[in-house]
Design a protein around this ligand. Structure first.
Ligand code: ATP
Length: 280
C-alpha cells in the first residue's frame, strides 16, 4: 500500500511517563517545543501503527526516540517531516502544521537508506544538493566544505560515493542534511553499523549542533545504550509512547538503574494495568 504525504493536523503533548491524553507533555516550561503531537494516529497497510501518540520535542536539545524494531519510530519521524500519509491528530513542527511547505528548508531528514547519488563524488553530491536548496553559487563551495568538516569527510570528499564504507555513506547523507543549516534535524538510526569511535564522534557532533547552534535533533535508535547520550528520551513500544523524559528523570520515576530496565519496568507496569482493566 502506498504512503503518499497526507495533511497533518496538530496540537501539543505532555511530560513524564505516558498518562492521560488531555494535554501534551511540556518538555521544559522554559524551552519552547520544536515538535508537539497530540492524539497522533497513523494507519499503514490498513493497520494502525501509531496509536494516540502525545509527545514534545524540546527545541535546541538532542532527543532520542528509542524503541524496538517495528515499534513505529520511522513512521513517527516521517509524520514529523511530512512524508507520511494518513496522519490524524495534532502535529505541529517549528510552529507550523507538519508537512507545511514553509518547513521544507527548515528540516534536515536522514532516512535509513543513503540519499546520495552513487555515481557522483561526495563533494559533487553536496554541491548538487546545495544548488537544489538554493544556496547562492558564491557561498556554495564554503557551505560544502563546512558540512564536510562537520562529518569528518574532508579527506574523502573526492571519492565516488559508490566506493564508500557504510559508515562513510551515513556521514555523507548526514552532510547533505546539514546543508543550509536546518533548525530541526530528524535522523533515522544514524549510528547503525558504525564503530564505537564513529558513534561517539557523531553524538558529539549532534550535541555541538544543539549547544552551539541551537539546532533541535530528533534521533531514532533501537539501541538502548545510546539513551544516556540524549538530553531527552521518547521511549516507544508497539506504536505508543511509553515515556517522555530525561534519562535521569526516567530512572527516578521507575526506580531503575538503566534506561533499558526503566523500559522493561514501563512495559511490565503497562501490561499489569491492562490486565486490571480487562479486555476492551
Ligand atoms: N509501507 C508500509 N506499509 C504498511 N506497513 C508498514 C509500512 N512500513 C512499515 N509498516 C509497518 O509499520 C510498523 C512500524 O514500522 P516502522 O518502520 O515505523 O518501525 P521502526 O520502529 O522504525 O522499525 P525499525 O527500527 O526496524 O526501522 C511496522 O509494523 C511495520 O511493519
Amino acid at each position: 500500500m502506498s504512503d503518499e504525504p497526507g495533511a497533518n493536523r496538530s496540537e501539543p503533548p505532555r511530560r513524564g511517563l505516558a498518562g492521560g491524553r488531555d494535554r501534551p507533555p511540556a518538555a521544559d516550561p522554559a524551552t519552547p517545543a520544536a515538535v508537539e503531537a497530540l492524539g497522533l494516529t497513523v494507519v499503514r497497510g490498513g493497520r494502525s501503527v501509531l496509536h494516540d501518540v502525545a509527545l514534545t520535542v524540546a527545541a535546541g536539545a538532542v532527543t532520542g526516540l528509542l524503541g524496538p524494531s517495528g515499534c513505529g519510530k520511522t513512521t513517527l519521524l516521517r509524520s514529523v517531516v511530512g512524508t507520511q500519509a494518513r496522519v490524524r491528530g495534532r502535529l505541529r513542527v517549528l510552529g507550523l502544521p507538519a508537512g507545511d511547505p514553509g518547513l521544507r528548508s527548515r528540516i534536515g531528514y536522514v532516512t535509513q537508506e543513503p540519499s546520495v547519488y552513487r555515481d557522483l563524488t561526495i563533494r559533487q553530491n553536496l554541491d548538487y544538493y546545495a544548488a537544489v536548496l538554493g544556496v547562492p553559487r558564491r557561498h556554495r563551495a564554503a557551505e560544502v566544505e563546512r558540512v564536510l568538516g562537520d562529518v569528518d569527510l574532508l579527506d574523502r570528499a573526492g571519492a565516488l560515493t559508490a566506493d564508500l564504507s557504510g559508515g562513510q555513506l551515513s556521514r555523507a547523507s548526514l552532510a547533505v542534511a546539514l546543508l543550509g543549516r536546518p533548525e530541526l534535524l530528524v535522523l533515522d538510526e544514524p549510528t547503525v553499523g558504525l564503530d564505537p569511535v564513529l558513534r561517539r564522534d557523531l553524538w558529539r557532533l549532534f550535541h555541538r549542533l544543539a549547544d552551539r547552534h541551537g539546532v533541535t535533533l530528533l534521533v531514532s535508535s533501537h539501541v538502548m545504550d545510546e539513551a544516556d547520550r540524549c538530553d531527552r528520551l521518547l521511549l516507544m513500544r508497539e506504536g505508543r509512547v511509553l515515556a517522555d523524559d530525561t534519562p535521569d528523570g526516567l530512572r527516578r520515576a521507575t526506580g531503575a538503574t538503566t534506561v533499558e530496565n526503566a523500559f522493561l519496568h514501563l512495559v511490565e507496569s503497562g501490561s499489569e494495568e491492562s490486565e486490571e482493566r480487562g479486555p476492551r
